[in-house]
Design a protein around this ligand. Structure first.
Ligand code: PMT
Length: 224
C-alpha cells in the first residue's frame, strides 16, 4: 500500500484534449492522450485522496476508485470544473483545452464540391484563469500545467503569475519522449520559492514526484 499522504484531500484533476466540432463529422483538437492527467488521478487515489477526474475524450480506461466526469468540448469542461471545484482541496489542470472553437457549427457535413470552407474561430473560456480568481487560496491549492518548447522558466513564471497559481508544471514538449502522447515526461516545477527540475521518467513516476513535491513542501491546505 502506498503511503497515504493525501488522505483527507479531495483532488480535482482535468485530463485529455477537448474536441471542438464544426460539422457532424469533424472537430478541432490536439495531441493530448490524457496519460499525464490519468497518472495524476491514479497516483492521488493510491495515496489516499478522493479524486474527481474531469476528462476529455481519451482511449484510456478510467482509473479504479476515481469519480470520472466525461466531457468533450472546452465549454463542457468549463461547466464540469465549475460544478465540482468547490469540493476540491487540490485542483490540477493537466488537460490540453482547445483555446479556440469554430464560430459556426454546420448542421450538415461540409461537402468537398462546395469548395474549401473558411473556418472562423472564436476563443474558448480560459478555465484555469477563471479558477485563479474564483478559488479560495486558503482552502484550495491550484496547480497548472504548461506545454512549452523553449523559455520554460520564463513562460512558466508568466503563467504562474497571470493565472494566480500556486505551482505550475512545465512540460518540455521540444525533446523526444516528453509531453504529448508518450508514456514518459520531463517536468519542471515552478512556484514562488523556485524551480525544481524533475528527471525524465514515466508519467506515473512524474505524477508521484509532483505529489512528493506538494506534500514535501507543505503546500497542502489544512482540511476543516
Ligand atoms: O495528455 P498527454 O498526452 O499525457 O500529454 C500531457 C500534456 C502535455 C497535455 C500535459 O502534461 C499538459 O501540459 N497539459 C497542459 C497543456 C496546455 O494546455 O498548456 P497551456 O500552456 O496551453 O495551458 C496552460 C494551463 O491553462 C493548463 O493547465 C491548461 O489546462 C489551462 N487552460 C488552457 C486554456 C484554456 N482555455 N483553459 C485552461 O484551463
Amino acid at each position: 500500500l502506498a503511503v497515504q499522504d493525501l488522505a483527507g484531500q479531495v483532488v480535482l484533476v482535468t485530463a485529455g484534449p477537448t474536441r471542438e466540432p464544426y460539422d457532424p463529422a469533424r472537430f478541432l483538437s490536439n495531441r493530448s492522450s490524457g496519460k499525464m492527467g490519468y497518472a495524476l488521478a491514479r497516483t492521488a487515489f493510491r495515496r489516499g485522496a478522493e479524486v474527481i477526474l474531469v476528462s476529455g475524450p481519451t482511449h484510456l480506461s478510467p482509473p479504479a476508485g476515481v469519480r470520472l466526469v466525461q466531457v468533450s468540448t472546452a465549454r463542457q469542461m468549463h461547466e464540469a470544473v465549475l460544478t465540482h471545484y468547490q469540493e476540491a482541496s487540490v485542483i490540477v489542470k493537466a488537460a490540453a483545452v482547445s483555446d479556440f472553437r469554430s464560430a459556426d457549427e454546420y448542421r450538415e457535413k461540409i461537402k468537398k464540391d462546395q469548395g474549401a470552407p473558411v473556418l472562423r474561430l472564436e476563443p474558448n473560456p480560459d478555465i484555469l484563469l477563471e479558477l485563479g480568481t474564483l478559488r479560495d487560496p486558503r482552502q484550495q491549492l491550484l496547480v497548472g500545467f504548461a506545454a512549452e518548447s523553449s523559455n520554460f522558466e520564463q513562460e512558466g513564471r508568466r503563467k504562474l503569475a497571470k493565472k494566480n497559481l500556486d505551482l505550475i508544471a512545465v512540460n518540455d514538449i521540444g525533446s523526444a519522449h516528453c509531453g504529448f502522447e508518450t508514456d514518459a515526461n520531463r517536468l519542471i516545477l515552478i512556484d514562488n520559492d523556485g524551480v525544481t527540475e524533475l528527471p525524465h521518467t514515466s508519467k506515473m513516476r512524474s505524477a508521484d514526484l509532483l505529489w512528493d513535491h506538494i506534500v514535501g513542501n507543505g503546500l497542502l491546505r489544512e482540511r476543516p
